[in-house]
Design a protein around this ligand. Structure first.
Ligand SMILES: NC(=O)C1=CN([C@@H]2O[C@H](COP(=O)(O)OP(=O)(O)OC[C@H]3O[C@@H](n4cnc5c(N)ncnc54)[C@H](OP(=O)(O)O)[C@@H]3O)[C@@H](O)[C@H]2O)C=CC1
Ligand SMILES: CC(C)(CO)C(=O)C(=O)O
Length: 325
């Protein structure tokens, strides 16, 4: 697995890209705007543990310039996926793996999983099926990112904490290719965990950030302030109980109480969520992949979602008023 393309060299894509390039992969990048300019002039850079690591990469706005890859890492924010789908084709050969390093419920969630819901297309994620058509499910390996990175400047990433990528085939099978990919990522210095059921890992992460992220986006509050406010914490716990019931019905039960999950988030301290960072940067927010989709899955499974609906209505309105949705 030598030829690797990072689609979206922001905080997470840049972090993974530098790691893979320095472990011997031939890394290219699909980028645009200021990031493209920066990477055509200079190396991709990563500040980590007091050192700056550099990796020269081939950057283009056009996937056709980069050609068929062994591995494509998609690390854009969810609202950018429709555009990625329109352009990604030249990167995909018959054996290309597409690793989706993104938060939220991915478009392939019910591929090879979900019992009676198997194969369901989530309209809030992939309204017309164009994403699934552009990236056929056979290419997908799922990925849940447990790390925090931010952009210092375009093409220059600051790693904050966490080094873990949980990966897995949507079917849960331990295929040769997923094991090979896990070795590649581990060889690049990333802690790589092979999941039994990647949908469950994605859902557990979502269980925390589907609430804290939009509340932070609306209020400007860091995670500590959100969890220290009894009324806000009570509200988001009610949203989480709805999501937990939905997860139970689709086959991904969570054997925890919302308070247990809050303890995980509390460990982050006074942390600005990625959605708050997006609001501050004037970038589109990942509301559909984090919240709208839970409402959709509530309708699908017959779980009433009054608290989720309130959170969605308010956060969507906030984002619309600020031109971010
Ligand atoms: N940052 C973090 O710590 C964590 C992030 N995540 C998740 O990882 C995913 C990526 O997040 P993050 O790295 O923070 O996001 P960033 O916004 O930092 O990076 C996304 C990058 O994708 C680029 N991009 C978007 N559309 C295109 C396009 N059509 N062509 C080329 N490049 C494109 C953006 O370019 P441009 O700047 O021009 O828009 C940007 O450089 C998200 O789902 C996020 O929720 C998960 C865990 C932690
Ligand atoms: C803050 C955290 C870790 C949980 O809400 C997160 O996932 C994010 O910032 O996107």
């Amino acid at each position: 697995m030598k030829r690797v393309c990072i689609y979206g060299a922001g905080a997470i894509g840049g972090w993974i890209g530098v790691k893979l390039a320095r472990s011997g992969c031939e890394v290219s990048v699909v980028a645009r705007g200021a990031t493209l300019q920066a990477l055509q002039a200079d190396a991709l850079r990563l500040d980590e543990g007091g050192a700056t690591l550099q990796a020269p990469v081939r950057a283009s706005a056009s996937p056709a310039d980069l050609g068929v890859q062994d591995l494509v890492v998609i690390a854009v924010k969810a609202p950018a996926m429709a555009e990625v789908a329109r352009a990604i084709r030249p990167l995909l050969g018959p054996d290309t793996i597409v690793l989706t390093a993104m938060n939220g419920v991915p478009w392939w969630f019910f591929e090879g999983f979900g019992g009676r819901y198997a194969g369901t297309r989530l309209k809030s994620i992939d309204p017309d099926g164009a994403i699934a058509q552009a990236v056929p499910a056979r290419h997908i390996v799922g990925c849940v990112v447990h790390a925090s990175c931010a952009l210092r400047t375009p093409g220059h990433v600051q790693h904050h904490f966490g080094n873990k990528l949980i990966i897995g085939e949507p079917s849960g099978e331990k295929t040769a290719r997923v094991q090979q990919l896990a070795s590649l990522l581990a060889g690049a210095g990333l802690e790589c965990v092979l999941s039994e059921q990647i949908q469950k890992d994605a859902w557990y992460k979502l269980w925390g950030n589907m609430t804290v992220n939009p509340v932070s986006a609306m209020t400007g509050a860091t995670t500590d302030l959100i969890l220290n406010d009894d009324l806000v914490r009570g509200f988001i716990s009610r949203v989480m109980l709805e999501a937990r019931e939905i997860g139970e019905r689709v086959g991904i039960p969570i054997a925890q109480q919302p308070e247990d999950r809050h303890q995980v988030t509390r460990k982050l301290g006074a942390f600005k969520t990625s959605m708050l960072q997006d609001v501050e940067a004037g970038k589109p927010v990942e509301i559909d992949a984090l919240v709208t989709v839970v409402r959709e899955m509530g309708e699908m499974t017959g779980v009433p979602t009054p608290f989720t609906d309130a959170l969605l209505g308010l956060s969507r309105l906030h984002a619309r008023v600020h031109g971010l949705y």
